[in-house]
Design a protein around this ligand. Structure first.
Ligand code: NAD
Length: 333
């Protein structure tokens, strides 16, 4: 068999997984990094909800950033970095979903401080060196080794209070990273295996609301995103989300079965790496079964804009011509 050339540099945090591990092992993880003056990045809700986790390290928390907003506004990142300097922080402790991790990443890029991440959703950001900052309404994403957390304490119990709706949307996002990862430019045999494993764990986890499967599936999916990159699916979500101000998570769910159908038709060899006969059909059925399926018409895309949407996709998504873009948008609508 002819096998494609690839370049892979493995880079990841130390991951300490286990139910209850955040409560029992956070002190040891901070000790390993000689952290004495910790800046906590967590909403007040998360800080209160996870008092039991934070209690053993309370004496080391020298400052708290409670402002955790989606897409990390630049002013938030600047304020948090300046607080980190004022209190002479030696470590950033993030506790929360992708937005809390993202805020800590922006501060780490600015200050060079290490991050210990305690994820409470299935976004998977804690496994990647990718960070985003939004200034003047424009979100800029970049990669930096400084943004990659040093340690991840991965504890499914931290997601116990995640409302089912949020659990579902963040798991579907992880599923998008996993399934579309085999089509990403940076794929390799290793990321293919991770993508197949993540797809299986996330699909099972979604069907049974099994938090441990979802937590581990999210970790694998984040690792795929970190090492393979994103694909035409993410490009399409970004284009339509930005142009029509559509909600982020729902746009993923609305497009995923259709972008996968397009990708799988073009690259059946790549789709086969997931070990599922027809991944587009599998995802479509799964989303229906778990009540996560959504149409573009339900999330604010007006029928009159379908032509424009197709045009934008055809000009922004590689290999998607006007006719196929129109068909894709129509189906997803
Ligand atoms: P989020 O962090 O914004 O959290 C969504 C909501 O759920 C928030 O209101 C949060 O306070 C709440 N929440 C979080 N955990 C909870 C819990 N256990 N119980 C109750 N409520 C809880 O959203 P997200 O889906 O975790 O992350 C999405 C963000 O992450 C996006 O901005 C996305 O761009 C980013 N992201 C980045 C990467 C990367 O590699 N850089 C990867 C994936 C996602």
């Amino acid at each position: 068999t002819q096998r494609a050339a690839y370049t892979l540099t493995l880079r990841g945090p130390r991951v300490r997984y286990g139910p209850g591990t955040a409560r029992t092992d956070l002190t040891a993880e901070l000790d390993r990094l000689h952290a004495r003056r910790v800046l906590l990045v967590a909403t007040t809700r998360a800080r209160t909800a996870h008092q039991d986790v934070l209690a053993p390290v309370d004496g080391r928390i020298a400052g708290h950033v409670p402002t955790v907003r989606r897409h990390v506004p630049a002013e938030d990142a600047r304020a948090a970095a300046s607080l980190a300097r004022d209190i002479e922080a030696d470590l950033l402790l993030s506790l929360g979903g992708g937005s809390a991790t993202g805020t800590a990443k922006a501060v780490a890029v600015e200050t060079g401080l290490p991050i210990v991440a305690l994820p409470t959703t299935y976004a998977g950001s804690e496994m990647t060196p990718i960070y985003g900052i939004t200034e003047d309404g424009v979100k800029r994403t970049a990669r930096s080794d400084r943004a990659l957390p040093t340690t991840v304490v991965l504890d499914p119990e931290l997601t116990a209070d995640l409302p089912p709706e949020l659990a579902r949307t963040s798991a579907v996002n992880a599923l998008a990273h996993a399934t579309s990862g085999v089509f990403a430019a940076g794929h390799s045999p290793l990321t293919d295996l991770l993508a197949a494993g993540a797809t299986r764990l996330l699909a099972d986890g979604l069907q049974r609301t099994a938090r441990a499967d979802l937590t581990q599936g999210a970790q694998l999916a984040g690792t795929v995103l970190a090492h393979a990159g994103s694909s035409a699916h993410h490009t399409a979500c970004h284009i339509l989300g930005g142009a029509f101000d559509l909600p982020h998570a729902e746009t993923h769910a609305a497009l995923l079965p259709h972008t996968l159908a397009f990708l799988q038709q073009d690259r059946p060899d790549r789709a086969a790496a997931l070990g599922v006969p027809d991944v587009a059909a599998m995802v479509s059925t799964l989303l229906d079964d778990v009540g996560a399926s959504v149409r573009l018409r339900e999330i604010g895309l007006d029928q009159a804009r379908l032509g424009l949407a197709a045009e934008l996709l055809a000009s922004g998504v590689p290999d998607l011509d006007q006719a196929r873009a129109a068909a894709l948008v129509k189906e997803a609508w």
